[in-house]
Design a protein around this ligand. Structure first.
Ligand SMILES: Cc1ncc(COP(=O)(O)O)c(C=O)c1O
Length: 387
């Protein structure tokens, strides 16, 4: 190329899932069949009635059109209804903007909050796309340390020490990707008030919150929640619609107003077909979501029982309904080396710990929520045989 590229973007590592998937093509022809514990995608599809609704929508020329930048009014109303049922929330449609996945919601949030040179505090281990986005924007990720015995839960005192005049937000993910750990409501409240006290935002990514049984937290019941909270949400996992890119940003109306300038110049709107799918899910699939939540929790129990039986040299550090965070037994080897060997020799696709932040080479992430009961037992058997 006879031109220079953005140094911030060049400094960011390649997407980890693509890297791990590239190993698959290099496997020997007689290697064991793959068990994919790499990308977190529900192994089931959306319900048939939602698909039938989409078939009908495809035949309607209106489906081909833009919608308002923030989304169709009836869909934002449906979001309010769902949030009232799920969080007992005090919400109104002007606090929501439908986005192209939670990924776009995150970019909107960061661009509204930060300029290059600002800082955002992330809890380790953190979801790899977050530092990738921050790095591309010239925003400095400041990492709150990972403490094994706390299973990666954020510690308000440790986070408070990291706040500087350049800090714009505390970024948390609950349930966590990669540990599956759910931040208890009281702890979340404490962190909300810490952010509030320092006049910075608490940005909360709740992509997996539909896999938590109880009400995930009570922040949305606070009259003034939007004065310090920005929520990034995905319905991709909730309704098995990951490819439709069904995301949401929840924040103060004045925040949404700024975000819409960016959305207008970036993606304009969430595709209309996605909004129709989302509306269907929000209005009619509470029970379906609850049934999948139960199934995931059964998978989780099965996985934990199998994995922690004596004789496994991989050690379970933390887990939740989609993910397990495990310590590998090969001291001195990076997570990447171990993950690659597991892929080549045992047919286990996992993600290396170091993609979730600095100093995490001793760990692997397993997205066991992707696979069914029988494959869980087989996967754990292969871990046991590999060490
Ligand atoms: C924590 C977290 N946030 C955001 C996303 C992206 O969600 P979406 O597919 O809606 O962009 C993911 C996807 O795996 C995730 O794990």
């Amino acid at each position: 190329m006879r031109f220079s590229l953005n140094e911030h973007v060049r400094g960011v590592h390649a997407p980890p899932i693509s890297e791990v998937r590239s190993w698959v093509a290099q496997r020997a022809a007689d290697a064991p069949a793959l068990i994919d514990l790499c990308q977190a995608v529900p192994d089931y599809g959306p319900p048939a009635d939602l698909l039938a609704q989409l078939h009908r929508a495809v035949d309607d020329p209106l489906t081909c059109r833009y919608t308002p930048d923030e989304g169709l009014p009836e869909v934002r109303e449906a979001v309010c209804g769902r949030y009232r049922r799920r969080y007992n929330a005090k919400v109104a449609p002007d606090q929501f903007c439908l986005t192209v996945g939670a990924s776009a919601a995150f970019w909107l949030a960061m661009l509204v909050l930060c300029q290059a040179g600002d800082e955002v505090i992330l809890q380790l281990p953190c979801y790899f796309d977050h530092p990738m986005a921050l790095g591309s924007l010239g925003i400095r990720p400041v990492y709150a340390p990972f403490v094994e015995k706390e299973r990666g839960l954020p510690n308000p005192a440790a986070i408070a020490k990291l706040i500087t005049p350049r800090t714009r937000a505390i970024l948390l993910v609950s349930p966590s990707n990669p540990t599956g750990t759910v931040i208890p409501p009281d702890l979340l409240r404490e962190l909300y008030f810490l952010a509030r006290q320092h006049r910075i935002a608490l940005v909360l990514d709740e992509t997996y919150s539909d896999f938590v049984e109880a009400m995930p937290h009570d922040l949305f019941t606070l009259e003034e929640w939007h004065s310090s909270l920005v929520q990034v949400m995905s319905f991709g996992k909730s309704y098995a619609l990951t490819g439709y890119r069904a995301g949401l940003l929840a924040a103060a109306p004045a925040f949404i107003e700024q975000a819409l300038k960016l959305q207008d110049s970036m993606t304009v709107c969430q595709p209309r077909i996605t909004q129709l799918a989302l509306q269907y899910g929000l209005e009619r699939l509470d029970e379906w979501v609850a049934a999948n939540r139960l199934m995931m929790s059964v998978r989780h129990n099965l996985f934990v029982n199998e994995f922690t039986l004596p004789g496994n040299r991989f050690r379970l550090v933390a887990s939740g309904s989609f993910f397990a965070w495990v310590r590998h037994p090969f001291d001195g080897r990076s997570g990447r080396e171990v993950a690659r060997r597991l892929a080549m020799e045992a047919g286990l696709l996992t993600l290396p710990g170091e993609v979730f932040g600095p100093g995490l080479e001793g760990y692997l992430r397993l997205a066991f929520g992707n696979i069914r009961d029988k494959a869980i037992a087989e996967a754990v058997y292969r871990f046991r045989q590999s060490a």
